[in-house]
Design a binder for this molecule. Sequence first.
Ligand code: DC
Length: 212
Amino acid sequence: KSSVAKAAAKKLGFLYVDTGALYRAIALYLLEQGIDPADGPAVAAALPGIKIGLEDTPQGQGVFCNGKDVSGRIRTPEVSMATSTVAAIPAVRAFLLGLQRELAQKHDVLMDGRDIGTVVLPQAQLKIFLTASPEERARRRAAQLKRAGQPVDYSQVLADIRQRDQQDSTREIAPLKPADNAILLDNSSLTRDESVAKIVDLVRQQRDAALA
Ligand code: DC
């Protein structure tokens, strides 16, 4: 999902904002500080000490936490699990809401995240709900982990995806669901390039319609 979104943003000349990476950076910080990601009050108390930003690096856009590039370390299965827990804490969502809106105000953005159309940017000019089957997503994630040189167990990756989907779509705060006016795009049987082309097309159509 994020590689498709990133490529579409590049073609359009928009700033790409991977909001999952922002939540991941918070989870990583908490794990490193020995703070339990499920301990709401402790997590809320830690937030003022966290400064997160997106910066260009020679390797492309990087996620920074308190001045350190954490882009590589936020992609482990351990951080993924902790992130899902942390993302259910209202104080964390409020903390990142301001940052996300600020980015959208300052730039033309392609913002990628579960609650962007519903909560963060309800007035977005175009909303796309990009989805694929859990099996296809597990296959893609496993290939991604393999490329990154990390150990891969397909059935574990699939089980993690199902568990996170369940956790993310049933949580009370900002659950994973399409905005009413979102365009549904299931890319299970599309290649990465086809998905990018489809999204770029949708943006151009929307622009043309707005100008007409
Ligand atoms: O997209 P991702 O796998 O990097 O997201 C990591 C976690 O962050 C995922 O469990 C849900 C959470 N998240 C969220 O709650 N809201 C967002 N806008 C983005 C991510």
